[in-house]
Write a protein that binds this ligand. Structure first.
Ligand code: ATP
Ligand code: MG
Length: 591
């Protein structure tokens, strides 16, 4: 990374995050939520009430250098959400000033993801590159005002002159160039006369400012790179800090909401708008979303994709919006999640379980029930008539029986889950065992009478009897059974590929790699387990994206890979939080 890049976009600086965390004490965090309003909504309400603003206009400003992730979902919901709540507007603006890393593919993916989450930007889709001409004119204006100069130091020299957090910077030898010379050089930079890195345009502020960002920040650099929208028209590109505030201002953005790592940049944001005397947008920072067992940085997500650790940006293990969508997470669940975690200035890490809770809650209301068996064991009902088929009724939504039933075929040979039988059951195992009676969901009581084995001792099938008086699964004579099992009819069930996804990382903070290692070093080897299972015949040809709850197993989503032939189901989330248990199991293996 060179010095220009270092000031291009701030990395998340622990110092900033820490300061913000202390600033927002526990009581502040409480106060922030008073009246059901976070500090941003409270601030906007006050701006309107006290007539500092008469409208609310926000923007979501992604850089098209990767796919959006769940952290962006927080920003999308916040920006589009407050605009809607206060009767204002929210723009979608691509912050496309770094041609080397940006592409049309990313632009298209971002548009799709924002729309899917419910963001409506109307016809206000903007690109920083749309403003290149005006940004350039403003730069000439700053030069003419003596507020910007062309510096010809190398990137390393600029860094050396800039000083450090504890050391003030010094003025470089080109700082006092005259306006005419600066204008001439800058125009020649634009004309493409110089090689990359030969000169930069810098703001003339204060080389010794206590805020490093204000030590004559770079505004423009020479970069002979083809831009995905402007082609080869520009050999110079403006930097983020210079571009963002001007775009905000030109679009009439009233509230420019961004994450805490930009807090130190706010002084520069204000300086640019004040110097040019254009519409004063105002920047406010909030804490970015961090999630356990998840990386939320496009740079790291690219490493996962390019390193082949996942099957692409929309792999269901990815925290990308497209990955979550493919996994079967409904947009409502993401919006609910964002609302639940709230917005504050206190940096924190949200437990992934909170997200799973929101997904379950949503799918519980929207995913109809079905039966599937992942690891089958055959059951033969000795006393059930051969060739007979009965259609049992499974409520689609047990809590809302009026919403109807799924009709499921029942016959003499069934498949149950291998785990639901134990030849030698431990205490508290309430499922099937020799001589024991259980209920088959919405069907009959059955009793295990015999265990059939292969010569090598593996269990091939169970011979059971059923009680014809217990049809529908009700008790015929008040007789109690403790277990209820799911099942499918062997002759009717449809084979399906079932993809069982789990966390991609074993560490709570995957970016915290062990000494000597590089990222990623804690990939969960069991983050994807594929099994060949059997599903109810009504799910022979599900629509891609369709969600169901396989009773007792979890919420699943039909994957588009299944549209060619046998259905493919992806597990969205288990029914309960099983991770707590798993964590104990795997704890000794982690350093
Ligand atoms: P990354 O660090 O993942 O590359 P970024 O900040 O570079 O993300 P941008 O495309 O510039 O990504 O982000 C667009 C908007 O989304 C910015 O306003 C940014 O502050 C916000 N954003 C990015 N990550 C998060 C996050 N984890 N939580 C909340 N908002 C975020
Ligand atoms: Mg970034």
């Amino acid at each position: 990374m060179n010095a220009e890049d270092a000031v291009a976009r701030p990395a998340t600086e622990p110092a900033v995050a820490e300061a913000a965390a202390t600033e927002a004490s526990a009581t502040d965090a409480h106060a922030e939520k008073r009246g059901g309003r976070d500090f941003i909504r409270a601030m906007i309400a006050a701006d309107l009430a006290e007539k500092r603003r008469d409208t609310v206009h926000t923007r979501f400003p992604p850089e098209p250098n990767g796919y959006l992730h769940i952290g962006h979902a927080k920003s999308i919901c916040l920006n589009f959400g407050v605009a809607e709540e206060f009767g204002g507007l929210c723009n979608l603006r691509f912050d496309d000033t770094n041609p080397a890393k940006e592409s049309r593919e990313y632009v298209d993916a971002i548009r799709e993801d924002v729309r899917w989450l419910g963001g409506d930007w109307g016809d206000r889709e903007y690109y920083a590159s749309d403003y290149f001409e005006r940004l350039y004119a403003f730069a000439e204006q700053l030069i003419s005002m003596g507020k910007a100069y062309v510096d010809s130091l190398s990137a390393e020299e600029i860094r050396a002159y800039r000083g450090t957090l504890t050391e003030p910077g010094r003025a470089g030898p080109y700082r006092e160039r005259g306006v005419e010379e600066n204008l001439d050089l800058f125009r020649r930079m634009r004309a493409g006369e110089f090689e990359d890195g030969a000169h930069v345009l810098r703001a003339k502020i204060d080389p010794a400012s206590p805020n490093i960002v204000m030590r004559d920040p770079v505004l423009y650099r020479i970069r002979r790179a083809r831009h995905h929208r402007t082609g080869d028209a520009w050999p110079i590109y403006p930097l983020y800090d210079y571009t963002h505030c001007i775009c905000d201002s030109l679009e009439g953005i009233t509230h420019s909401l961004c994450t805490l790592e930009f807090a130190d940049n706010r002084e520069l944001y204000d300086w640019v708008l004040n110097s040019l005397d254009i519409f004063r947008s105002r920047q406010t920072e909030f804490a970015r979303l961090n999630l356990t067992r998840t990386v939320l940085s496009k740079r790291k997500l690219i490493q996962l994709v390019e390193g082949g650790h996942v099957r692409g940006w929309d792999d269901p293990r990815m925290p990308t919006i497209s990955g979550l969508r493919r996994r079967g997470v409904p947009p409502d669940a993401l919006r609910e999640f964002v609302a639940r975690i709230g917005v504050s200035r206190a940096d924190n890490i949200v437990d992934y379980a909170v997200l799973e809770f929101c997904i379950r809650e949503r799918l519980n209301a929207t995913a109809p029930r079905a039966l599937a068996v992942l690891r089958p064991l055959k059951v033969i009902l000795r006393n059930y008539p051969e060739g007979q088929v009965e259609w049992m009724e499974l409520p689609l939504y047990p809590e809302e029986p009026e919403k109807g039933v799924r009709r499921i075929p029942f016959s003499r040979e069934l498949l149950i889950e291998r785990d639901d039988f134990r030849e030698d059951p431990p205490a508290k195992f309430h499922r099937l065992a020799p001589g024991r009676e259980v209920r088959l969901r919405c069907a009959y009581y059955i009793t295990c009478e015999e265990v059939l084995k292969d010569p090598d001792g593996t269990i091939r099938a169970l011979v059971c009897s059923y009680d014809p008086q217990s049809r529908g699964g009700g008790s015929p004579d008040g007789r109690k059974v403790r277990g209820t099992l799911h099942w499918v009819s062997a002759a009717h069930a449809v084979e399906a590929e079932i993809r069982l996804y789990d966390h991609l990382f074993l560490k709570d903070d995957p970016s915290d790699v062990d000494p000597g290692n590089t990222f990623p070093d804690s990939i969960n080897p069991e983050s994807l387990l594929v099994v060949q299972g059997y599903v109810d015949p009504s799910l022979r040809a599900p629509e891609a994206g369709e969600s169901v709850q396989f009773e007792r197993l979890g919420y699943f989503c039909a994957d588009r890979d299944g549209s060619a032939g046998a259905p493919v189901f992806t597990r969205t989330v288990t029914l309960k939080d099983t991770w707590a248990k798993l964590e104990k199991k795997s704890a000794p293996g982690q350093g």
